[in-house]
Design a protein around this ligand. Structure first.
Ligand code: FAD
Length: 451
């Protein structure tokens, strides 16, 4: 069946930070945009059920590697940003420039329109405060991180939106989608895009399933923003078989200890402050979890004595930069092993985190099993897409975490928003013609040099 009677300029597949940014920017420029999103668009309630359905559903949003490393992604309007910790991390401009992409101006624009700032002191929870004081006492440059949060909307009684934020304190890509829809974009939920329709090496539309039926929609251009796992699966089904290899997922462990004199409230905001130990390849940050997640990860390492200890737990998250490697299956299964080097990195981080927690007065310290929340690099710039994010097919673009060209290890949302803004400018001719024309395609990798 075809989606008829529509004159669509752009189809955007997926509504996470990549898709939402492009959709919002294009619709602001009066383009007709159709957004196809696999997940639902139910109002955010912050309930465990919504979090379970859209973030922790095994085989759909929660994937496991062969080493039982859990990889979580949001399948809902707004994508993973509905469940993220709202940390706005500095963009590695030099690395992107090395690959021929300059998003400095776009990131600047985003920082002006989004609520980006470190938390005001009254929002810093007791866990984050205790850990920061301890780390600074030991000589770490442990500093508050920028957050994507409307701090003026915050109230001390609001739980942090681990399962979505009904109070709208945490910025999520859903807010950009709402703007896009207000600008005239059409959002169709519960639609799973299967492949791009390609004629003469040119994308003309997409094929998707909805309510058990297969549909087709056509547009002048198609942008895939189905995330680090979703996009390469669609690319492969559309004939670009090289997608989905040699990726990163930023593995992490939680390091936990018990304190008697702190009662961590449900309003505690995770990732308030931290430090990037760049030469050792990981970052450390305070990490408050919701009760059920605390219990789940505790049970996973058989610390049943700590199952219900969330209120007295201090946790530091150690997030490493893994080497590019592994492969996705055609259905999106994740095949990648953590090698000894990566495990060693996480162990070093664990040792440091343990000392910080001990210095903070914590006892009974242990670490959780591996988890990952940033799959990317599955359709890299200058490999699967050129520097304008165009694939080898005319009119087919990618804009999400997939295009990040190197091993990563950092919160990616600020970078993805910058890429989305730049792509929208390119597609509407608003990028300076020199920048657009200088697109470096896949074959010419070796000709680029650091400027
Ligand atoms: C628990 C958690 C905490 C995090 N904390 C932070 C943080 O503090 N700061 C930070 O910068 N990053 C954080 N991240 C990572 C960040 O959320 C992601 O990197 C970011 O959302 C990726 O954006 P994206 O556009 O690439 O993809 P996604 O956000 O994954 O969006 C992809 C969208 O595409 C849809 N989709 C997938 N397949 C299809 C298909 N076939 N058809 C139609 N639609 C499809 C999905 O439903 C989803 O809505 C966190 C992630 C998690 C899970």
């Amino acid at each position: 069946m075809d989606v008829k009677n529509r004159d669509i300029d752009f189809i955007v597949v997926g509504s996470g930070p990549g898709g939402a940014t492009v959709a919002k920017e294009l619709s602001q420029r009066k383009k007709k945009v159709l957004i196809l999103e696999w997940g639902d668009n139910k109002p955010l309630t912050g309930s465990l059920w919504q979090g379970f359905k859209s973030l922790m559903w095994p085989g759909r949003s929660l994937l496991f590697t062969n080493q039982m490393l859990g990889l979580a992604r949001g399948i809902i309007t707004g994508g993973s940003s509905v469940f993220y910790y709202a940390t706005c991390y500095p963009v590695p401009f030099d690395m992107l420039k090395f690959h021929g992409v300059d998003i400095a101006q776009e990131v600047e624009e985003a920082r002006k329109e989004l609520p980006v700032a470190p938390l005001q002191d009254e929002m810093v929870g007791p866990m984050a405060k205790r850990i920061m004081e301890s780390a600074q006492d030991l000589g770490y440059n442990w500093q508050k991180l920028d957050k994507f949060m409307y701090q003026n909307r915050w109230k001390p009684e609001y739980p942090f939106g681990h399962y979505g934020d009904p109070h709208g304190v945490k910025w999520s890509a859903r807010m950009y989608i709402e703007e896009a829809v207000a600008n005239g974009a059409e959002l169709i939920n519960r639609t799973k895009v299967k492949k791009v329709i390609v004629e003469d090496k040119t994308a003309v539309g997409v094929e998707f399933t909805k309510n058990g039926k297969t549909w087709r929609a056509f547009a002048a251009k198609v942008i895939l923003s189905a995330g680090g796992i979703g996009t390469p699966v669609i690319l492969r089904a559309s004939g670009i078989k090289r997608a989905g290899y040699d990726f990163f997922f930023d593995p992490l462990v939680g390091v936990r200890g018990t304190v008697k004199d702190i009662n961590v409230p449900i309003s505690e905001i995770p990732m308030t402050a931290g430090v990037h130990i760049e030469d050792e390849g990981y970052m450390m940050t305070d990490m408050a979890f919701a009760s059920v997640l605390t219990a789940l990860f505790t049970a996973q390492v058989f610390r049943f004595d700590k199952l219900f200890s969330r209120r007295n737990t201090l946790q530091i998250l150690v997030k490493a930069k893994d080497e590019l490697g592994g492969r996705l299956t055609d259905k999106g299964g994740v095949r990648k092993n953590l090698d000894d080097n990566e495990k060693k990195k996480l162990r070093r981080g664990y040792e440091r985190a343990k000392k910080i927690l001990k210095n903070a007065g914590a006892k009974s310290i242990f670490k959780t099993w591996y988890l990952a929340t940033h799959p990317g690099g599955t359709a890299k710039i200058r490999d699967i897409v050129d520097t304008n994010l165009k694939t080898e097919y005319e009119n087919l673009y990618v804009c999400d975490c997939s295009v990040i060209p190197e091993a990563w290890g950092l919160p990616p949302t600020s970078t993805i928003i910058g890429l989305g803004k730049r792509l929208a400018k390119h597609l509407t001719g608003d990028l300076s013609s020199q920048e657009s024309l200088s697109a470096v395609p896949f074959e010419q990798k070796e000709e680029l040099s650091l400027t």
